[in-house]
Design a protein around this ligand. Structure first.
Ligand code: ADP
Length: 440
């Protein structure tokens, strides 16, 4: 109440008391006339209060307040203006919300917000076409109940959203979608979903092309290598001067065959997410056998190869794939360790899962190469690699096999001081509880 109304109210009260006293003077009943006057004022005030209450209860938008006299009229008008101002602010906010909803509805990408428990809060129209969400039935449902792909469930629960996830759309198998998840506020999630079908098709074309070319080249190369072998066997009868070029041709032919085999293996690994085989693979026996092959590869180079098996834990997965990955690491250690060097293989299990490390005292790798080492055809030193007969695909194969077995590769190395390649497998991939066994 401002000063003006303060003094008006006092003036009214003084006037009322004055009139009552005047009537009291005339009638001789001061007390009675004062009481009647004040009771009448109180009754009028209560009536105004009831009118205000009635208006507030029955109030319809834009209905003006009842007429009031004096301070009550001012109170009615102030409340009415406050309500109008509030309505205008709400209208402006609604317009902003409508515009945001219109623009997100026009987006081709799906936008979904989830609460901290992963339940759906809000989504735009594209989410209905890409993910099949239904408005409003699905509101409050856990997202993993609606996007049921096992890889999504695993990705969402792991909570590591650095890399996006590509899976087929739950609505249509021919659609490929990519998820980007960001956390915000109080552990709520903002999920962006893009249609990457075209990109996926191009990627598929690339994979098919490589697989087809490798496959087509295999037969002619086998024929050429076969004839080269026959020619080499009889070279002395034909012309001894052909011996060197023929044996070089045979060497290169064998390299090409290894390359084609590696390319075909990579194509096969890329074709599916998980190995079709999911039997427990006895890693201790597998490593013993690879160690034997590594010794044969090392030959007369006087390298010490030791195997330390600390666990009988088996791994769920495909034996040929795991053999290929582990032998790539162990054979690399043999190839890149000078004569007389040491190669130490360890297999152990703990609460976080199972682990294989291959440590060598070899040439080592400069730090700057480590992040790119698992890329196809990436080589640290191509002249050195030519002599080792490597294809540059070995570590790419290791990475893919590990991905398919819920594992990851860790590489630590320093130039001239040897390298350690460690494969870490998730506990869910371990088939048997770990038990200590004898070392070799
Ligand atoms: P490659 O068939 O050429 O050996 P890989 O993919 O297996 O291809 O390895 C990629 C590169 O990583 C190799 O060319 C080599 O330079 C380096 N490398 C791999 N393993 C080792 C190791 N144990 N010690 C040193 N360098 C290594």
């Amino acid at each position: 109440m401002n000063q003006k109304w303060h003094s008006t109210l006092i003036r009214h009260l003084v006037l009322l008391i004055g009139v009552c006293l005047l009537i009291g003077l005339v009638s001789g009943y001061y007390g009675l006339s004062l009481a009647v006057g004040l009771a009448l004022y109180l009754g009028w005030t209560l009536k105004q209060l009831l009118r205000l209450h009635h208006w507030l209860r029955q109030h319809k938008p834009d209905e003006p307040p009842p007429d009031g006299y004096g301070l009550w009229g001012e109170v009615f008008d102030s409340i009415y203006h406050l309500q109008r101002r509030d309505q205008r602010a709400r209208g402006r906010l609604q317009a902003v919300i409508d515009r945001v909803q219109e623009s997100t509805a026009a987006l081709k990408d799906a936008v979904v917000t989830l609460d901290s428990d992963g339940n759906l809060e809000w989504w735009n129209r594209a989410a209905e076409t890409l993910l099949g969400l239904k408005t409003p039935q699905d509101s409050g449902q856990p997202v993993s109940n609606l996007v049921r792909h096992p890889r999504f469930k695993e990705y969402f629960e792991a909570g590591n959203y650095v890399e996006p996830l590509d899976i087929p759309s739950p609505v249509n198998d021919h659609l490929h979608i990519q998820f980007y998840i960001t956390r915000y506020g109080n552990n709520e999630h903002l999920m962006l979903v893009r249609d990457v079908t075209r990109l996926h098709q191009l990627e598929q074309m690339r994979k098919d092309f490589i697989a087809n070319v490798s496959h087509e080249l295999r037969t002619p190369l086998t024929v050429i290598c076969g004839y080269l072998e026959t020619l080499l066997d009889n070279v002395d009868d034909v012309n001894p001067r052909w011996k060197r070029p023929l044996s070089q041709m045979q060497q290169q032919g064998e390299r090409m065959q290894t390359l084609l085999n590696d390319l075909l293996l990579l194509a096969k690994l890329e074709a599916t997410d998980y190995p079709s085989d999911n039997q427990p693979v006895a890693i201790d026996a597998l490593l013993q056998s690879i160690k034997g092959d590594a010794k044969a590869l090392s030959g007369q180079r006087n390298q010490t190869i030791t195997l330390d098996v600390k666990s009988t834990a088996a791994l769920k997965g495909s034996e040929p794939e795991l053999r290929s990955a582990f032998s790539n690491l162990i054979f690399n250690a043999v190839k890149y360790t000078p004569d007389g060097g040491n190669i130490h293989i360890r297999w152990w299990a703990d609460a976080s899962g199972a682990h294989l490390s291959v440590q060598d005292s070899g040439v080592g790798i400069d730090n700057k190469h480590l992040p790119r080492l698992t890329e196809r055809f990436y080589r640290v030193d191509s002249s050195r690699n030519a002599s080792t007969g490597g294809t540059g695909l070995g570590l790419a194969i290791v990475k893919h096999v590990l991905l398919r077995h819920r594992g990851r590769l860790e590489i630590s190395s320093a130039l001239g001081q040897g390298s350690t390649f460690t494969c870490h497998f998730a506990a869910s991939q371990v088939a048997k509880p770990a038990l200590s066994t004898a070392n070799d």
